[in-house]
Design a binder for this molecule. Sequence first.
Ligand code: DAT
Ligand code: MG
Length: 201
Amino acid sequence: MLQLRVFNRLLQHFYWRTQESTKSLLPGFPSQLWGGYRSTWHRNKSSLPDVRERTLIAVKPDGVQRRLVGQIIHRFEQRGFKLVGLKMVQVSEDLLSQHYCELRAKPFYPSLLHYMTSGPVVVMVWEGPNVVQTSRKMVGHTNPTEAQAGTVRGDFSVHVSRNVVHASDSLEGAQREIQLWFQGKDLLNWECCDQGNMMED
Ligand code: DAT
Ligand code: MG
């Protein structure tokens, strides 16, 4: 059993080195795609979560207007996730219609578009093990009346039409949304100096 674990670790180490060296041969390739590729590999071949998993978090116009940006960033930093991209944007209807493409037929879609374009949005990419699923838990239920206290929506909102924050709902959704909102060059691969305190290298 121990031998199997050691072998697994060696295999991962070798794989990671190969990915890094291959990546340098393909400088134009969007870096977030590498994160996704590794995620799939890790989910299939190893029980260890992918430390490079990424998700898209956005503070919606109501959250920005209510000066909640700092508190929301604080929660993700406090949890131990790593910020790899951040910007403030006045979002276009075109981008939003792609972002919310699955909701186009919903009766609330026109008012959702109107609200999301009513002011600036602060959009971020966070990285860490299981960050997609954990972020959804931290953000809470879509409808704030159902959201648990301690979640962002459970602590800061009362109505589904003003639920403060967006979080990608799946690994595939996160990859799609990150590519929609960010260019690969705007996401930073940086080493956090205390990473060894947060997770096994
Ligand atoms: P989530 O944001 O939790 O992923 P979603 O993708 O189903 O939820 O919907 C996107 C946003 O649309 C949601 O954050 C708020 C808005 N919305 C959803 N259901 C709604 C409803 N019944 N009335 C008004 N707005 C709604
Ligand atoms: Mg959603």
